[in-house]
Design a protein. Structure first.
Ligand code: ADP
Length: 234
């Protein structure tokens, strides 16, 4: 064990994590990162600095070459550990089309609930309630692929939130969205009880939705700054 001590407050604890894609240079470079219960953290950095890779690593979609990943107090040593942890992580993909695959909205929102053993009746009731909470009343029977980009993003948030994760992971949630939908997402995040990590290249959005921002560079966290003090250099 590389570290003799740990903190019970950490839901996410990455220690000295390095990763490279096959045949490529190092993408994550000795990364250290912690998220405590209820914390709202932003991650910003130039294209290619490793933000998406970091997210995929948290989900166990890729495995670190070295270093350790601890989620909810448990060391992630194999797929079985990640499978357990993923039940408590809500991952919102950058592209809503990667999240939505059912013909209708209610089927998409209910999918995870059904998978978790809820009866169809329970799953539909919870899905409708979730849609209402997101001001998407009446969207149940809408055809998913015909929704606008903003509507798809909100539905993809519904599919994740309905599972009541302990931590939300959002990868560039504002990409391609109009201002009104971005405002809705800002309000939605501010109203949530759970903690989250949000990756975005828009510091305005991060300032409105997070308490601390981590600036990433070359696969490392260069510094951390409270979001009200964070600004472009120069
Ligand atoms: P960011 O999200 O900050 O833009 P990424 O994590 O997507 O950065 O990418 C970091 C680096 O890893 C980039 O150089 C990118 O080209 C490379 N990369 C990302 N995904 C893959 C992949 N699946 N295979 C090979 N290289 C990749």
């Amino acid at each position: 064990e590389s570290n003799a001590f740990q903190c019970d407050e950490f839901l996410i604890d990455l220690e000295n994590v390095s990763f490279s894609y096959p045949g490529q240079g190092q993408v994550l470079n000795g990364l250290n990162f912690q998220l405590r219960k209820g914390e709202r953290l932003g991650l910003i950095g130039p294209n290619g600095s490793g933000k998406s890779t970091f997210m995929h690593l948290l989900m166990g979609l890729i495995k670190p070459d070295s270093g350790s990943v601890r989620l909810f107090g448990q060391p992630m040593e194999g797929e079985k550990d990640f499978k357990q942890a993923r039940k408590r992580l809500g991952f919102v993909f950058q592209n809503a089309d990667d999240q939505l695959f059912s013909p209708t909205v209610v089927e998409d929102v209910a999918f995870g609930l059904l998978n978790n053993g809820k009866t169809p009746k329970e799953a539909v009731a919870l899905s409708k309630k979730m849609l209402q909470a997101l001001d998407l009343d009446g969207f149940e029977d809408r055809i998913t692929y015909k929704l606008s980009g903003g509507e798809k993003k909100l539905v993809s948030l519904a599919t994740v939130l309905v599972m009541e994760p302990d931590v939300l992971l959002l990868d560039e949630p504002t990409t391609g969205l109009d201002e009104q939908t971005v405002r809705r997402i800002v309000d939605l995040l501010n109203d949530l009880d759970m903690g989250y990590v949000v990756v975005s290249h828009e510091f305005d959005f991060l300032a409105k939705t997070t308490r601390d921002i981590f600036a990433m560079k070359n696969g490392q966290i260069r510094f951390q700054c409270t979001s009200d003090k964070f600004k472009p250099a120069g």
